[in-house]
Structure formats: C-alpha cells, structure tokens
Ligand binder design. Structure first.
Ligand code: SF4
Length: 176
C-alpha cells in the first residue's frame, strides 16, 4: 500500500501544535505505518517537495517567508489543514496587528535592548503588515482549532484523511 506523503509546517506559531502532534501516544504507530513524512521540523528537508498528499500548517502567516511558503504549499499539496488557532484565526501572532510592525520592532530591539540597539535585518524575513490566518491567503481544506488541538483529534484527522475521508470534527475540537 502506498504511504501518504505528509508534510508539517511551522509558520508563526509556538510549536505547541507540533508538540501535540508528537503526543499521539500509540496512534503514532498506526500513523507511522501509513505516512511518509516528507517535510517539516521533524525531518531534514530543505525545500517543500512536490506531490504532497496532506500538509498540516501550524501558525499564522506573518512574514514574507511565510507568505512565499504557504503559496508553494498550496500549489504542491492535495489537502491543506490549518492546525491550531493561530493557523485558523490568527490567535496569538495576530495580537500584534493593531500596532505597526516597525514600531513593534523598534520597541523590542531599540527601546527594550540593553546593548547593540538595532533592528536585525540580516537573514531575518520581513514582517508583513499583519499576521493573518492561513485561509486569508490560500484555500484551506480543513480547519482544526485548538491551542493546541488535542492529540486525539489530530490522530483522528490524520487517520481519516489517510483513508480518504473528510473528518467530522463535531465536538472533538474547540477554540482555545
Ligand atoms: S495554536 Fe496555540 S499551541 Fe498552536 S502554535 Fe498557536 S499558540 Fe502555539
């Protein structure tokens, strides 16, 4: 049986959704039999690959790099899942939205710094004006709220998608 090609992506999030994914307990053995993880923080892949079956996206779209990556993900993934409140609604990263990004950076790196007061730019992706949920940029096939979503719900979602079914999340997840 062909294994499903699974990618997991960490945009502007805290990694808590990935921690929840790793907390699947024994379900992870079933998932591991059915998927090949082709991209994400858990594997050493430099470039988002082609022909991905399912991509789990943690975090909001917050920087130019996030924006470029999410467009590539959409083009190369059959199913895109917004995993967690940051990806679904903006959540914590979107708390910066009422303030201009430049002012925030100055507050942190200049006013709040004790030494070396300058806003880093070398190798740092430019912030977008606002941090936005994934669905504001590309089509999302499934939203899985939660901060983070419970491991059991993530396991259920993965197994249903692998079997070719659309998960009925019903009361399995909630925001927060
Ligand atoms: S939804 Fe919660 S756990 Fe997931 S990345 Fe955002 S803040 Fe972290």
């Amino acid at each position: 049986m062909r294994k499903a090609r699974l990618a997991t992506v960490w945009l502007d999030g805290c990694s808590g959704c990935h921690m929840s994914l790793l907390d699947l307990d024994e379900v992870i053995l079933e998932v591991a039999k059915r998927v090949e993880v082709v991209y994400g923080p858990l594997v050493d892949a430099q470039e988002f690959p082609k022909s991905v079956d399912v991509t789990l996206v943690e975090g909001a779209v917050s920087s130019q790099d996030d924006l470029d990556l999410i467009h590539t993900i959409r083009k190369r993934s059959k199913i895109v899942v917004a995993l967690g409140d940051c990806a679904v609604s903006g959540n914590v990263p979107a708390m910066r939205n009422p303030h201009p990004a430049r002012k925030l950076l100055e507050r942190i790196y200049i006013e709040g710094a004790e030494g070396n007061r300058c806003v880093p730019t070398d190798g740092v992706p430019a912030l977008l004006r606002q941090a936005v949920p994934v669905q504001e940029v590309v089509k999302v096939d499934l939203h899985v709220p939660g901060c983070p979503p419970p491991p059991r719900a993530i396991g259920y979602v993965l197994m249903e998608l692998i079997e070719g079914r659309i998960p009925d999340l019903g009361t399995k997840v909630k925001f927060g």
